[in-house]
Ligand binder design. Structure first.
Ligand code: AMP
Length: 459
């Protein structure tokens, strides 16, 4: 099945704006959440149009494609795909019709009861053109026996299991939907009096001149039309925001749960400095994701911060490359170490996570080749012991390096002089939120939803 974890979703309702262009700029700001494909769907009140293709936002759209997208409602999507799952048919937004009903959907997350629901809908005669679980969501909504859209969506939500933050559009209404556990972020913003936007992250609002209004609550549906915003809430007693949004996915200038990501990541670095102090000359963060954490480590330890590694921003995230060989090359293409800063220095190297253990040994080798005398590795998250079934490309259990090796063995494998992983309590403390707000399953194995079926597939 097709996973799309940290995809970026966006939506806009604007009677007087160039909606396609604003969506395009918002997708630029959400590009870090997915670089595999991009798409925009629009509606002028009678008809839904869509333009989407593989590639970065800047590669997919040009003047012509943007000026052909008309209307006052739009949704947009940046897709992140895992190894092997990159199929052109799964590009979003996905447009589906059933009789006189039409909808377009942009999805961030992963539906864990996909197989059972897909079978049920196929038996009922619904067709699937993709392997995407977003099509299950669409078909479920279109097959609903309820009469209005919010009730159709609610009925479908009662059947769906897993993670989903959605922007969804009918010909005349924009919807924002967040799963009851609130696993992926989604927020609401406003431009002027009657332009409303929905976005995976608040950083996109800043870029397009929208003000942040609030987050969509777990389990909430918002409907946006000529009457403004109508909310349909359903209290959910359990929340499970993916903590990797704080560790890695979201941009540091985004705000999630009233926390600026930059502050949370700096606190992780400061926590590491307390838990794993070391005598050293320079703190270097693996750019860009670990830069705020390196700032925090340096501030708390008093060891100066230096930009020992320069990142080429135009190579894309190494994870996205489909094969291990390409991933290996990706690290060299991505970082350039600066000898003048590193030579004869004892370095504290800060990164956000070690997943398969591909990146870290190569980065450490780069630093040593550039004259670093010692490299002390500090990681902003605890060892990853369990795979993710809620959409994060965390590899299978065997691929996770921490399931095969002890911390000492990993230290030797990555070639570090010392290795410190931030404790789970230290990580949660950095967020300033209670532990039970989060999904921590990749560290603890305590999954917020039943995953036995998925486990069996891996076994
Ligand atoms: P690995 O090389 O497999 O150990 O992956 C660790 C690196 O990938 C770190 O530098 C992270 O910044 C980055 N990373 C962590 N989680 C993810 C993810 N789910 N998708 C893409 N990159 C990630």
């Amino acid at each position: 099945m097709d996973l799309h974890e940290a995809c970026g979703v966006f939506g806009i309702y604007a009677p007087d704006e160039d909606i396609a262009r604003l969506t395009y700029f918002a997708l630029f700001a959400l590009q870090h959440r997915g670089q595999e494909s991009a798409g925009i769907a629009t509606s002028d009140g009678t008809r839904i149009q869509v333009f989407a293709d593989v590639g970065l936002v800047s590669q997919v759209f040009n003047e012509e494609s943007l000026s052909n997208l008309h209307g006052h409602i739009a949704i947009g999507h940046n897709r992140y795909s895992i190894t092997g799952a990159s199929q052109a048919c799964n590009i979003q937004p996905l447009v589906k019709n059933n009789g006189n009903l039409s909808l377009a959907i942009a999805h961030n997350g992963n539906i864990t009861n996909y197989t059972a629901l897909a079978k049920e809908l196929t038996d009922k005669g619904y067709q699937f053109k993709t392997t995407s679980d977003s099509e299950v969501i669409s078909n479920l909504i279109l097959s609903s026996t309820e009469r209005d859209w919010p009730s159709r969506i609610r009925q479908s939500m009662n059947r769906l299991q897993g993670a989903y933050s959605l922007t969804l559009m009918t010909v005349d209404t924009l919807f924002g939907i967040r799963d009851p556990l609130g696993m992926r972020p989604l927020c609401l913003g406003r431009i002027g009096d009657d332009t409303w936007v929905l976005s995976s992250e608040s950083c996109a609002l800043d870029h397009i001149g929208a003000v942040f209004v609030r987050e969509i609550e777990p389990g909430e549906i918002v409907a946006i039309d000529a009457n403004g915003v109508t909310s349909f809430k359903k209290a959910s007693d359990k929340h499970a925001l993916c903590i990797f949004e704080y560790i890695y996915f979201a941009r540091p200038d985004s705000i999630i749960n009233n926390r600026l990501l930059y502050d949370v990541r700096s606190a992780m670095g400061a926590g590491l400095a307390e838990e794993y102090p070391v005598e050293a000359d320079l703190v270097v963060g693996v750019p860009d994701s670990a830069t705020p954490a390196a700032v925090g480590y340096s501030a708390r330890s008093g060891i100066p911060l230096g930009m020992g590694l320069i990142k080429n921003h135009y190579t894309g995230r190494t994870f996205i490359k489909p094969t291990q060989n390409l991933r290996d090359l990706g690290v060299k293409l991505k970082f350039n170490p600066m000898r003048r800063l590193l030579e004869n220095k004892r370095i504290v190297l800060v990164d956000d996570s070690i997943v398969r253990g591909t990146t870290t040994p190569q980065v450490i080798r780069l630093l040593r080749k550039s004259g670093a005398k010692e490299v002390h590795m500090r990681v902003c998250s605890p060892p990853l012991h369990f795979p993710c079934f809620m959409g994060v490309d965390m590899a299978t259990k065997q691929e996770l390096i921490a399931t095969r090796m002890s911390v000492d063995e990993i230290r030797d494998y990555i070639g570090a002089d010392s290795l410190g992983y931030l404790s789970l309590d230290g990580l949660v403390k950095s967020t300033g939120l209670p532990k039970n707000e989060f999904c921590l399953a990749c560290f603890t194995g305590a999954y917020p939803i039943p995953v036995q079926l998925e486990m069996d597939k891996l076994a």
